[in-house]
Design a protein around this ligand. Structure first.
Ligand code: FEO
Ligand code: CA
Ligand code: CA
Ligand code: CA
Length: 633
């Protein structure tokens, strides 16, 4: 998130703690009033609901000093008064001196895209080089064929597949600041494209296993490429973590293809989204069924060394990874929280076997190679939207993960970890997206973005942490590790925020929690991160129809919240049909980089960022204050 990695150094001050308690008390007195006015649907009482949610009315945030922006349907990025938002880089901009400029015709060859910024910016991290110089590592999640090719459809030639493979992955490049304004350093020695064809090493328990072996890689240790790089993480030893999410959409087949149960669980099927298999047999599930086992991992990259081989970390499990929220526990174990973004999937935690040693850089480099993976079970009293929880260990031989139950070894547990999570009794969640650890280390938040299957599918009943059937708006769950110890098997949890529309729904959970009102409402929280001062930044990837259940919410947006009061304020609105995703602060917190992904998706009328009749392009924005102050303060 910020340039410095979160460790358990700062503590929430005494006054902040008691302030929080006071606010909860005020919320409780308000709740009695609301509870008296009638019970809610779903059999959940407002008592638990209000007890779980900080009151918005109770206090004004001391952390947030900006004036909220209204909801917007405009085709631009809007920031508060006194702020400046400028594009830093857009899809197709060159990052090497020999790269051509962006060609809007869609006819440019793969060789151009290989030397340009990839498509659909997502998670990103900043690595400082000096006060006014840094590297950005930025994911390029996927590509929109409607804009990538002049014909606007699926690839028609082998080079079009290669071009799509070069549009995804990630981009690393240097940036420099001059008078507050940041520019890309074209041709810096650090600049690098990592694509669906870059060689990477499999590490950890699944490396070299039969499940990883293919015709091209008999050893099962070398993979070409990374796919659907959604969000990210950053380590205190200076590496970048990129997370492979919907990799299944890149694999398909035209042949008769018998889908296994594991392929089904991971969404691998003959009809895919991108049609690469037609020109690249590596992505044909009939010909190379194991190739898909080599995706769905967290990948660790050294941004300082453009020659370094990225490492896929199989110890962190294979699923549709959203981000990787890393914290160093007080005992030195590295803990990584991980969401699996699919309806009814799970929330995970990795604990490293070895301990972080600030004086042993090379040993830290392999901390993510070995450790223990856990999955969350949330528990609550009937009618309460808070409770306790357990981390269930996912180790072969324990908790029913035995050969008789289909788990022959740890490689199989990790490769099909969704199945293992079901075996141990994990809670099915409303699509876990990003996780963020508060700088104090005392609490952790995860966005549960929405879930139309909740209350409809047998394995996804309405429960405390996922309290709405057909969840359209999403919520943010917060948990407190027992004794502040992230290695502990237990935690307490509540709902920090329940998104909703109080203008459309006057009662019940769809009105949202007490900190949501007609002026700050939104749907589908996705990207989140704490800055150094503890502000929680929330980005949305939701419905932008501005109608019906979503009336008054406008385009996707970024909000800020003060965890000590629960107050939420809208900070930014995005252009037409975009998602706001990815954020990175400079170490001085005077600039925040924010990603605008897929403006104009599905042919919607966006011309962001250039305006006029231009083709819409995914863009990273640099946002700063006119007075040079700290963002959000
Ligand atoms: Fe790539 Fe779940 O967002
Ligand atoms: Ca996301
Ligand atoms: Ca999303
Ligand atoms: Ca996305």
């Amino acid at each position: 998130m910020s340039g410095t990695v979160q460790q358990n150094q700062q503590d929430i001050t005494e006054s902040e703690d008691s302030e929080f308690t006071r606010l909860i008390d005020q919320a409780l007195s308000r709740r009695q009033f609301i509870a008296a006015s009638g019970s809610l649907g779903l059999g959940i009482s407002m008592a638990g609901f209000m007890a779980a949610s900080p009151s918005a009315e109770a206090a004004t945030s001391s952390l947030m000093g900006f004036k909220q922006v209204p909801a917007s349907g405009a085709d631009t990025v809007i920031v508060p008064e006194g702020y400046i938002a400028e594009p830093l880089i857009s899809w197709g901009d060159p990052i090497f001196k020999d790269a051509p400029m962006f060609d809007p015709s869609g006819n440019a060859p793969s060789s151009a895209q290989e030397r340009q910024f990839g498509d659909n910016t997502d998670g990103m991290s900043l690595f400082p080089l000096a006060e006014d110089r840094a590297l950005l590592a930025i994911n390029n999640e996927y590509t929109n064929y409607g804009y990538l090719f002049s014909h606007g459809g699926k690839p028609l030639t082998a080079d079009e597949v290669k071009k799509a493979q070069a549009a995804v992955g990630l981009s690393v490049f240097e940036i420099a600041r001059n008078n507050g304004h940041w520019d890309v350093v074209l041709g810096s020695k650090y600049n690098r494209r990592i694509t669906a064809n870059t060689a990477m090493e499999l590490t950890g328990p699944a490396a070299g296993h039969d499940l990883m072996k293919t015709a091209a890689d008999a050893e099962g240790r070398t993979v070409l490429g990374t796919l659907n790089n959604c969000a990210n993480g950053q380590t205190p030893w200076g590496t970048y973590l990129t997370c492979e999410e919907n990799f299944n959409g890149f694999f398909g087949s035209d042949d008769n293809f018998e889908q296994t149960a594991d392929q089904k669980r991971y969404g691998l099927k003959s009809k895919d989204r991108y049609d690469w298999h037609k020109f690249d047999s590596r992505f044909d599930l009939s010909q190379n069924p194991n190739e898909a086992n080599r995706f769905g991992w967290v990948v660790e990259i050294d941004p300082m060394d453009p020659q370094a081989t990225p490492k896929k970390r199989t110890a962190l499990g294979r699923f549709k990874h959203e981000n990787a929220a890393l914290t160093v526990n007080s005992d030195g174990h590295v803990v990584v929280y991980l969401g699996d973004d699919e309806r009814g999937e799970h929330l995970y935690k990795f604990v490293s076997k070895q301990r972080y040693d600030a004086n042993n850089a090379s040993a830290n480099r392999e901390l993510l190679a070995e450790g223990t993976l856990y999955v969350a079970r949330f528990e609550n009293q009937d009618g309460e939207l808070k409770g306790k929880g357990q981390w269930l260990e996912l180790t072969q031989g324990k908790n029913g993960l035995t050969a008789e139950n289909g788990f022959a070894d740890q490689a199989e547990v990790l490769t099909f970890v969704r199945r293992a999570a079901t075996q141990v009794g994990a809670t099915t969640m409303d699509r876990p997206e990003w996780v963020a650890v508060h700088p104090s280390g005392k609490h952790v938040c995860c966005t549960l973005t929405n879930n139309k299957h909740r209350g409809k599918k047998d394995n996804q009943p309405v429960d405390g942490v996922n309290p709405r059937a057909n969840n359209k708006y999403g919520q943010i769950v917060r948990w407190m590790p027992t004794d502040g110890n992230h290695v502990s098997d237990s935690f307490e949890w509540d709902l920090y925020l329940i998104a909703g529309n109080p203008a459309v729904h006057t009662e019940g959970l769809n009105a949202g929690s007490g900190n949501i009102n007609a002026d700050n409402m939104f749907n589908s929280p996705d990207g989140i991160g704490f800055d150094e001062a503890g502000r929680l930044w929330i980005q949305t990837d939701g419905k932008y129809t501005d109608e019906g259940d979503f009336a008054g919410m406008g385009n996707n947006q970024m909000l800020c919240s003060d965890p000590s009061t629960g107050e939420v304020r809208r900070f930014l609105t995005g252009p037409i049909a975009c998602e706001v995703t990815g954020l990175a602060f400079t170490p001085d917190h005077k600039t925040v980089f924010v990603g605008i992904q897929h403006p104009g998706e599905k042919g919607k009328p966006s011309h962001f960022p250039a305006g006029g009749d231009s083709k819409p392009r995914s863009t990273v924005m640099a946002i700063r204050r006119e007075d040079g102050g700290v963002i959000g303060a």
